[in-house]
Design a protein around this ligand. Structure first.
Ligand SMILES: CC(=O)[C@@H](O)[C@H](O)COP(=O)(O)O
Ligand SMILES: NCC(=O)COP(=O)(O)O
Length: 252
């Protein structure tokens, strides 16, 4: 989903608001409050990753944000997770605009790898079909690898989410161009197969514009860790403006 103002949608991941909230029994900082301020400031979506250990986003957060987003029909709800663990229960109950399948193990520190295709295809196929039958778009979290794109298309997924940590690590170094080329080739392969492109993980105000200028057709970036870190310094509203400007700068 993109607006006329920004060709690429910004979906704020509020995992880290929940992480801070969970360190006391006071209910602050509020996850719904954060989402509401970001939506008011112009973000086009909210993302959550309710991990099985509930280290940050909990079931009631998923429910509360679903209720909030009913008041924001132009915005999208993206729920991430491993569909062989707890994700599908959330998809069945809340039917978000998008489910992002991520192959994380339960205790994993953070997401650090995309799906292994074709090896994972048999277990993903029925889960993708179920999401589609529920009217939920499916995005597969993928490493930059053009050769894997035909398998994504064969599975009937709608989008890939390019896992961008390797780009973030290369940004500003002498390997940046080479690493970006892999993302560009993967995006071109995906687009050629009718897949749409999302991107996320370790994107920030410094590396976002360069990525969007180099990689064609990115429709949504989901950004959490760096965004919330910036918001601690600048506030949510100013941070939204800064990230939307980074996106706009990519297309000017
Ligand atoms: C899939 C991905 O790269 C991130 O969206 C992920 O949700 C990060 O999870 P943590 O916020 O638990 O690090
Ligand atoms: N899918 C990426 C996401 O939602 C947030 O990742 P990060 O910005 O917290 O690394």
């Amino acid at each position: 989903m993109t607006t006329s103002t920004h060709r690429c949608a910004l979906s704020v991941n509020v995992n880290k608001v929940a992480l801070l909230r969970n360190t006391r029994h006071l209910g602050i900082p509020g996850v719904v409050k954060a989402a509401q301020i970001c939506l008011t400031a112009g973000v086009q979506g909210i993302t959550v990753h309710p991990r099985p250990d509930a280290r940050h986003i909990r079931s009631n957060d998923v429910s509360d944000l679903a209720a909030l987003l009913k008041n924001w029909p132009q915005a999208e709800y993206n729920i991430e997770g491993n569909p062989t663990q707890n994700l599908m229960d959330f998809i069945r109950e809340f039917r978000p605009h998008q489910a992002t399948f991520v192959p994380d193990s339960e205790e994993q520190f953070t997401s650090n790898v995309g799906w292994n295709l074709p090896a994972d295809m048999d277990r993903l196929r029925p889960l993708i079909a179920e999401c589609k039958a529920l009217g939920v778009r499916v995005s597969l979290f993928m490493d930059p690898n053009p050769a894997a794109m035909p398998f994504v298309a064969e599975l009937g997924a709608d989008r890939i989410e390019l896992y961008t940590e390797t780009y973030a690590n290369a940004y500003g170094t002498d390997t940046e161009e080479q690493v970006l080329a892999g993302f560009t080739a993967t995006a071109q392969a995906a687009l050629g197969l009718g897949l749409a492109i999302n991107a996320g993980h370790d994107l920030n105000r410094n590396n976002l514009t360069r990525f969007l200028r180099a990689v064609p057709g990115v429709q949504e970036v989901s950004i959490g860790h760096a965004f919330i870190a910036d918001a601690l310094e600048l506030g949510y509203t100013q941070t939204v403006g800064e990230y939307l400007q980074c996106i706009q700068d990519a297309y000017d």
